[in-house]
Design a protein around this ligand. Sequence first.
Ligand SMILES: [Zn+2]
Length: 494
Amino acid sequence: MRSARTLAVLGLLLVGPSLAAPPSPADPRAALRKRAEGDTPLRADTFDLCDRIGGRITGTLAVDQAVDWAVAKLESLGVDWVKTESYPVPFLWVPGTAEVTATAPDTFSLRAVAAPGTASTGGAIEARVVDVGEGEAADWARVGASASGAIALVHTQEMKTFEDLFAEYMRAGPLMRAAAQAQVKGLVIQSTRPRGLLYQHPMVFGRTPSAVPVALVAREPAERLAWLAARGEARVRIGIVNRIGPTYEARNVVAEIRGRETPDEFVVLGAHLDSWALGTGAEDNGVNVALVLDVARGFHELGLRPRRSVRFVLFTGEEQGMWGSAGYTDRHQAELDRHAGVVIFDVGSGRTRGFFVSGRPELRSVVARALSIYPGMGPSAQSLEGIDGTDNFDFLLSGVPNFVADQDPAPYLLDYHAESDVPDRVNYKEARRNAGLAATLVWGLANSPAPIPKRQTRTEVDALLVRTKLVEQMQGFEQWDDWKAGRRGFPAPP
Ligand SMILES: [Zn+2]
């Protein structure tokens, strides 16, 4: 997941009194929950994916290996079928090498990574450093023409909350536009994490890479460089080699347990299989890949076949702009009226406090009914906050009921997209609890005798985007023009 402004607080505030009924022993949900919270292979699967294959950037051999791994896993779990489905990703971006060295007045290297979506330098480039503060409009105005031909150093605040992270994402677009306009040779951005920790996430979210090279550098040496630059001319050399290419096809993994009564109605349980690759993508999002596998395993082991079909979908291309889930909604356009709900997990092993129903109050009781065996999961635990930044989003734009797990982001935040996102950091007790919740919700949605919740129209989605303030986020993530033009979600009105 790449954002969610108030994830950190909303779930807690909205948890109401328990409306839970005691589970009957014959209730399959109780059996699913009990099994999921026991000694399942969830932990072993997380390690297997993350340690055997490692980081999984869409467009690389590693993500292909992960797709093949997931297909083999699902085939072994007794689902009715498994296949891969291809979809287009607008452009290829894979990091190669990134070197940043201060060359004057002293020589020292700064640990660095390239920022996804940004340009290579085409050989090493050296230039004087211009300090542009936090890269706000006033900072660029202050340095004026002196930025032209220089390498701009951008300061950051330490990231401590989800709101900080969200702000970091929302600053990226304006910063890149200002840098291009000022004609800098490149940007050196200070890491928002202390003690040398590096991470990698996009500076551009749209359909074309940036023409400006960007290196993210360790926080502490960046401060030294700024101190020197404030006292005379400082120079820096950057050399960045990324593999950048045109649009290409990537693959999602889709598996199904056919429904026993209305197999042409569907519930989707999804998580993204791809990751960035400084760490091994455990909290983001290997553990929830393992969760999806474990829910499929649970249905099979307990011999459960709900009324509707359940699809287990492992998306790729999420980190580049949720292109995998966009590809799914595109390919399955004709079935979307018959999607009863899409459930997404994408905040690592953080404790699930409810589900985001993204601006649709009528869905709160749908979730609460499905989760009635859990105390504290009544309608008021289901947040109305609109969620952009993970694989629910193109379903939301398509009017399909979508439910994103509202998880405690605190344990996941500091390792987010960082070198430290490894399977040892995962809380497997919470992950197993989450797997039980996922299984219960999916069963509840797929086995409910009630008609499936209504799919929204384009007009209703438009109103929802305004009501939930998702419009601003979509502009920040460069999705708004695609929505208006009908390239994502519903086709545009004539
Ligand atoms: Zn994620």
